[in-house]
Design a protein around this ligand. Structure first.
Ligand SMILES: Nc1nc2c(c(=O)[nH]1)N[C@H]1C(S)=C(S)[C@@H](COP(=O)(O)O)O[C@H]1N2
Ligand SMILES: [Mo]
Length: 535
């Protein structure tokens, strides 16, 4: 115990602390200067994004399954621990052998710079904050390590002991207090540097916030009226059971899934969509072109392929946009093309079958969501919305590039990581009420939820209690084949534990399969089963 305590007060532990302070300086300086560059160029964001890109798919799937929408918090926590440990080691190495320490720090700096400049859409100049941060960190490390004695113990302490306080007793107050003073000096220096780093980081954040003029631009953007308005939503689309998801998902509640650690900030004046590849005519569209075009409006339910059975990675919104079939009509795809690879400004890509973008479903370049410009997290200023396909193969947010190509020639972001190249949405019914493990009073219990089979529609929802007969639920009004359809059922509940299962039948007559499948590679399947206790 005593030995451990001594070690923590000894120069080696102090050297580790110096390493941590130096690492904080690297990140803080980069953050401060980074305020003048894109957020994606700051070390933490860039390292995190690189980490995401290189994470094996199984780990990514595990993270989404375990942490859900908090997966990014978990990532940052993991990165924080890793960086702290590395910084401790570098501090100790620098203390023992300065030259080796310098090499270590420069190597880490090089890793940061490499991860910054390889981000899609990040120019080489964006490496400046990281380079400056690394140099500042090196200076601070030098400054702090110099304050430490070269030995493993503080000077003046008697051999075999690294404790200044103990030295106070043995060596007499005069000598030992010098040891205590030098330790105090080190602490003061480390503390002041750490505080300065904190200030710099905060300053960077504030400056960065001042850049949020993109948000203001979005707020003041006036969306044009659609040339073709969405059909009126019929009465009765909402399940009468309280607690079932609202038929239109408010923007603030819409699920968000993407690989972007910092949301891309795009000025509409800079936005341009390039349509190229196997086309007769390469075209470019500006945001103004979209505003001037004949826009359509349509309710479409989006669904994520990672949605587990019973999960809530699905949402329904009214989208305003320009039909992709019109875009393709202008570009005129060449014979043999069968896919459009859409790419976002931050390097995500999706492969969508060409014919799906040319048929009469309302696949579009969306600029509006529920009567507002797209929220930044949902793709501002322009994203794709394609009815009937999971988001990973169709719903590219912050889209800037459409390449007409062939499935045989190109692969999309998730396809390269083990997911399928195509992703039609599977028929799925979900119970929203009662919640799993709920306790409900015996008697009439309202059961309700939603179901989807985009482009085929839902024609029947049935529930089964325990091993009883399948009973037909009451369907809410159908708005269209590309939106979810809600349902309800009045259940006569007898006391005891019960399982409620649900399944849907789609417009092609197909009953939702009971075959359980994981989300990887092309979407989960199986029947949701909800356990409730009737009291
Ligand atoms: N640029 C970009 N677009 C993207 C993604 C992404 O990671 N990056 N994820 C896709 C996936 S997997 C889904 S399910 C939908 C989710 O859209 P939402 O976040 O607006 O709900 O966006 C799609 N578009
Ligand atoms: Mo997704």
């Amino acid at each position: 115990m005593e030995k451990l305590k001594n070690w923590f007060r000894g120069p080696t532990a102090m050297a580790a602390l110096a390493g941590v302070v130096a690492a904080a300086v690297v990140l803080a300086v980069a953050e401060l200067l980074g305020a003048f560059f894109t957020a994606r160029a700051t070390p933490l964001i860039a390292l995190g994004s690189t980490f995401i890109d290189f994470t094996p798919s199984w780990l990514k799937d595990f993270a989404i399954a375990t942490f859900g929408t908090n997966d990014k918090v978990a990532l940052f926590a993991g990165m924080g621990v890793t960086i702290t440990l590395l910084a401790c080691v570098l501090g100790v190495v620098a203390h023992r052998r300065w030259a080796l320490g310098v090499l270590g720090v420069l190597f880490m700096g090089a890793v940061i710079v490499a991860s910054v400049v390889t981000r899609a859409g990040v120019g080489p100049f964006e490496a400046l904050p990281s380079v400056a941060g690394t140099l500042a960190g090196l200076l601070v490390l030098r400054f702090l390590v110099k304050k430490l004695p070269a030995t493993k113990a503080w000077p003046e302490a008697p051999a075999g002991s690294a404790v200044a306080d103990f030295a106070d007793v043995v060596a007499g107050p005069g000598k030992a207090s010098r040891a205590a003073t030098s330790r105090r000096r080190f602490f003061a220096a480390a503390g002041i540097t750490a505080a300065a780093a904190g200030l710099a980081a905060t300053g960077g954040r504030l400056l960065g916030a001042a850049r949020s003029n993109i948000l203001q631009a979005r707020d003041s953007l006036q969306l044009p009226a659609p040339a073709t308005a969405a059909p009126a939503v019929p009465a009765g689309v909402q399940s009468p059971v309280p607690g079932v998801a609202p038929w239109v998902t408010p923007n603030g509640e819409f699920y968000r899934i993407d690989t972007a650690l910092s949301v891309p900030e795009i000025d509409v004046a800079d936005w341009e969509l390039r349509v190229h590849g196997m086309v007769e005519e390469e075209i470019r569209l500006t945001f103004q072109d979209l505003l001037d075009a004949d826009l359509i409006e349509s309710h479409v339910t989006l669904t994520c392929v990672s949605n587990p059975v019973g999960g809530n990675l699905a949402g329904n919104a009214k989208w305003l946009g320009f039909p992709l079939r019109e875009v393709l009509k202008r570009a005129r795809p060449k014979d043999g093309a069968d896919m459009v690879l859409s790419t976002s400004i931050d390097g995500f890509s999706a492969s969508t079958p060409l014919e799906v973008l040319q048929d009469d479903r309302d696949a579009m370049l969306a600029i509006g969501m529920n009567g507002e410009p797209l929220p930044l997290e949902h793709g501002y200023p322009v994203r794709m919305v394609v009815p009937g396909l999971y988001g990973f193969v169709s719903a590219t947010k912050w889209v800037v590039d459409l390449e007409v190509t062939r499935f045989a020639d190109s692969k999309a972001y998730w396809t390269e990581r083990g997911w399928s190249e195509r992703g039609p949405i599977k028929t799925m019914a979900r119970v929203d009420v009662p919640k799993s493990f709920a306790k409900v009073p015996a008697g009439k219990v309202a059961v309700g939820g939603t179901a989807w089979a985009q482009t085929r529609g839902i024609t029947k929802v049935e529930i089964q209690v325990d091993d009883g007969d399948w009973m037909e639920a009451e369907l809410s009004t159908e708005a269209s084949l590309v939106t979810w359809r809600q349902w309800s059922y009045q259940w006569d509940a007898a006391p005891g534990p019960h399982y409620i299962k649900v399944r849907a039948t789609d417009g092609s007559g197909e009953v939702q399969t009971d075959q359980r499948a994981d989300p990887v590679p092309d979407g989960a399947s199986g029947w949701q089963s909800v356990m409730v206790t009737v009291e």
